[in-house]
Design a protein around this ligand. Structure first.
Ligand SMILES: [Zn+2]
Length: 352
């Protein structure tokens, strides 16, 4: 089992006993983003992924920008395509590492093996449901992540399977990820209306590489309960007000944004403004295996520029649990009741 410090990088931040020991919840982490030399080495020892050249993989690190991240993705793609078993073994290791960091609840975005035949997929997802059964102190739920695509027929096909998996209880929601410029949520407004009618909770990556219009597009046509990244949130003063009024939660991923999304310094990250405004947000790793970050290193990174106390950690945990799509951990901090007048169901689209 890898230790908590399974990755080399902690962004140069010293250990912080208070934030390390704080209970945490993570809502934005991609299953394929867990892959890293440490985990691959561990699962190779168990006989998985034996064809992968570990030396070559190690030479692709560190991941400092979008080009390097894309090259890593291309290298890993043939080894993970349709390989839900390999990813399950990696997840098993990762959940142990999360539990050791006092992460009590994790939502993992599944991908890449949706094309697996039904009977095999159900068996596999059954194993995913039980992956944390022998771990105490952490619960895991799953979203299915679908990449943005201009190919409507393919998108519809994936949505059909997601709806089927949701009805059978295998997943707790949908995440729309991928290249934000590939299509607008508006292009699929009818599909998102259908998901809302089904009651499927939706998360949309928006404002990661595009401006506030992209976030408005997601809010207006996607009925999201959560927005991932939202880096351009404060470029339109009406947006933070909308988030506050409708209790839309933001999944911030600081290290990912420093590496891929043009945030130059952590001091410039909108999470600091969101703290000042009292918006509901979580702190997340996005692709921890690629960025060699951990939940503890993300907290330390922020704490270094905006020291916060144990009460703030508790508040972040409660807001994160309030925004969770899956079953919450028992006997742990429960979410705060929403403020008066704030609904816990999917927010309404903005009035234009
Ligand atoms: Zn993401």
């Amino acid at each position: 089992m890898p230790s908590v410090r399974q990755f080399n990088c902690d962004d140069g931040q010293p250990e912080n006993t208070m934030t390390d020991q704080a209970e945490k919840a993570e809502l934005h982490c991609h299953l394929d983003g867990l892959l890293c030399p440490t985990y691959i080495k561990a699962v190779q020892a168990k006989g998985f992924c034996s064809g992968l050249d570990l030396g070559k993989l190690q030479r692709l690190y560190p991941i400092r920008n979008l080009d390097e991240w894309s090259r890593l993705g291309e290298f890993l793609a043939p080894f993970v395509a349709g390989n839900g078993k390999l990813l399950l073994e990696v997840l098993r290791l990762h959940l142990k590492a999360l539990a050791a960091q006092n992460v009590r609840y994790a939502e993992i975005m599944l991908c890449s093996f949706l094309r697996t035949a039904d009977d095999r997929l159900h068996q596999l997802l059954h194993e995913y449901q039980n992956v944390a059964a022998d771990l105490t102190g952490i619960k895991v739920s799953y979203l299915w992540a679908i990449g943005r695509s201009p190919d409507r027929a393919r998108f519809e096909q994936k949505i059909e399977r997601v709806i089927s998996l949701w009805r059978q209880g295998y997943i707790h929601g949908l995440a729309l990820a991928g290249n934000e410029k590939a299509c607008k949520v508006k292009d699929y407004a009818d599909i998102f209306q259908r998901l809302a009618d089904e009651g499927i909770p939706v998360e949309i990556h928006a404002g990661e590489w595009c401006g506030p219009d992209s976030i408005w597009d997601a809010l207006e046509y996607g009925y999201p309960r959560r927005i991932g990244h939202a880096l351009s949130l404060f470029d339109d003063p009406a947006l933070p007000k909308h988030f506050e009024k409708n209790n839309v939660h933001i999944e911030f991923c600081p290290t990912s944004n420093l590496r891929l999304s043009g945030v130059r310094r952590i001091e410039d990250h909108p999470i600091l403004k969101a703290m000042d405004c009292g918006l509901s947000f979580s702190i997340n790793t996005d692709d921890p295996g690629h960025f060699e970050c951990t939940m503890n290193s993300e907290y330390r990174l922020l704490h270094a520029v905006r020291p916060f106390d144990a009460g703030t950690c508790q508040h972040i945990l409660r807001n994160s649990l309030s925004a969770a799509f899956g079953n919450l951990p028992q006997g742990r901090a429960q979410p705060d009741a929403p403020p008066d007048g704030v609904s816990t169901v999917a927010p309404s689209p903005p009035v234009s």
